[in-house]
Design a protein around this ligand. Structure first.
Ligand code: OVM
Length: 403
């Protein structure tokens, strides 16, 4: 290992590429290498710093004053580079500007709204599982369950029209790729960016939204003066960007975890109330959102090193979620552990505002499956879908037994 000079001491230099296909296929060995190298490392390929241990990722996430989001939470620095779309008012903003949009979205996605959705989503999940099982017990779970359920309930909950919903997944996939370097994954999405962005933008307008969804509730907050009318469409855009691919890949991750850990599936069917912990243990174990960046606002001391102001720091949420310094037997998918405290949804004031919506979706699907399905196993090789930020399955052949 070589060492880069720094004001206080030397920092380990690694030439790994976290966004290469080899690493995206299986990032776990690189995560261990990053954690073991030290509390802070320097990634020479991208000229950025990185943290991968739980304590350091957690510390950076909660320190919004020294680690800002307003310069973008991807590799690109918005102070020096043009963003590919107008920055998010939530994800890519800091206090005080961040706070009004966050407060509005927090209320729109709050306990009251979710109470109104719970029973309907439970019925929708029962219906989907009935339809799927009627068609057969061997299928690819990615399109059939992971994509089908969120697409059945979430766009309706936001209140967008029926046309063009097939654009949601490609748009989200590109948005999450765009946090990484301008590699082949970003190039693959580039030809459709203008078209997809225009469609998403149309869906965010007041007149495109039903009067009873999350979208209308955001516009109502603008009418009350809680955000400005020009902020409303961008807040709706956050729902459409962050709310689909994430839940799809989380559900795939749950199904893979349970299909490959039959003892944990048996536990769940014996006690379906474990659906909740199954969801959070999956977010810890798989970390559908693997990484985000922050940018230092000042010289920040990390371990024995000073990261200069204005530098990008890559936070490995997924590596923190399997740090043996924090978790017992971290690679084990275990419904008996308490996964709370994981950083799969981030931590601090940006922590995922939609996590209760995601949890409700996952619980609905899992509960419906647990009531009908006795066993679930892989029926063929599962295939990864590579994305610069998301850990995802592209194909998940499963075989179920019923009764
Ligand atoms: C946003 C947003 C929030 C979280 C994740 C994300 C694309 C986007 O506000 O647009 O990923």
């Amino acid at each position: 290992m070589t060492l880069a000079p720094s004001p206080l001491t030397d920092v380990p230099v690694l030439d790994v590429d976290p966004f290469s296909h080899e690493v995206l296929e299986d990032p776990l060995p690189m995560h261990e290498q990053l954690r073991e190298a030290g509390p802070l490392v320097y990634l020479s390929r991208y000229d950025v710093f990185a943290v991968a241990r739980y304590a350091d990722v957690h510390a950076a996430l909660v320190d919004w004053q020294e680690f800002e989001s307003g310069a973008g939470v991807g590799l690109s620095n918005f102070r020096t580079e043009e963003p590919w779309r107008p920055p998010s008012l939530l994800l890519e903003a800091d206090p005080p500007r961040h706070d009004a949009p966050r407060r509005v979205l927090g209320k729109v996605l709050g306990p009251r709204a979710l109470r109104q959705l719970r029973d309907g989503w439970a019925e929708d999940a029962e219906q989907l599982v009935d339809e799927v099982l009627a068609a057969g017990t061997e299928f690819d779970a990615v399109p059939t369950l992971s994509e089908a359920f969120p697409l059945r309930v979430f766009p309706d909950a936001v209140g967008i029209g029926k046309d063009g919903r097939e654009n949601l997944l490609p748009y989200g996939d590109h948005a999450f790729n765009a946090f990484g370097p301008a590699n082949d994954l970003v190039a693959k999405g580039a030809p459709r960016v203008a078209e997809l962005s225009a469609w998403v933008g149309q869906q965010c307008l007041r007149e495109a939204l039903t009067d009873d969804g999350f979208g209308a509730a955001i516009w109502a907050a603008a009418d009350r003066g809680e955000i400005t009318p020009n902020q409303a469409p961008l807040v709706v855009r956050s729902l459409l960007t962050a709310g689909v691919d994430t839940t799809v890949h989380a559900i795939s991750a749950i199904l893979y975890a349970l299909a490959t850990n039959p003892d944990q599936w048996a536990r769940l069917t014996a006690d379906p109330s474990l659906a909740r912990v199954a969801f959070d243990e999956t977010i810890r174990w798989e970390s559908p959102v693997q990484t985000f960046f922050r940018t230092t606002t000042t010289d920040v001391r990390l371990g024995d090193t000073v990261v200069p102001a204005g530098r990008k720091v890559l936070m490995f949420l997924a590596a923190a979620n399997r740090d043996p310094r924090r978790w017992t037997d971290p690679d084990r998918f275990d419904l008996g552990r308490d996964p709370s405290g994981h950083v799969g949804f981030g931590m601090g004031l940006h922590q995922c505002v939609g996590q209760h919506v995601a949890r409700l979706e996952a619980e609905a699907v899992l509960t419906a499956l647990a009531r009908r399905v006795r066993t679930i196993e892989l029926a063929g090789p599962a295939q990864r879908h590579h994305n610069n930020t998301l850990r995802a399955w592209g194909s998940l052949p499963v075989r179920l037994t019923v009764g």
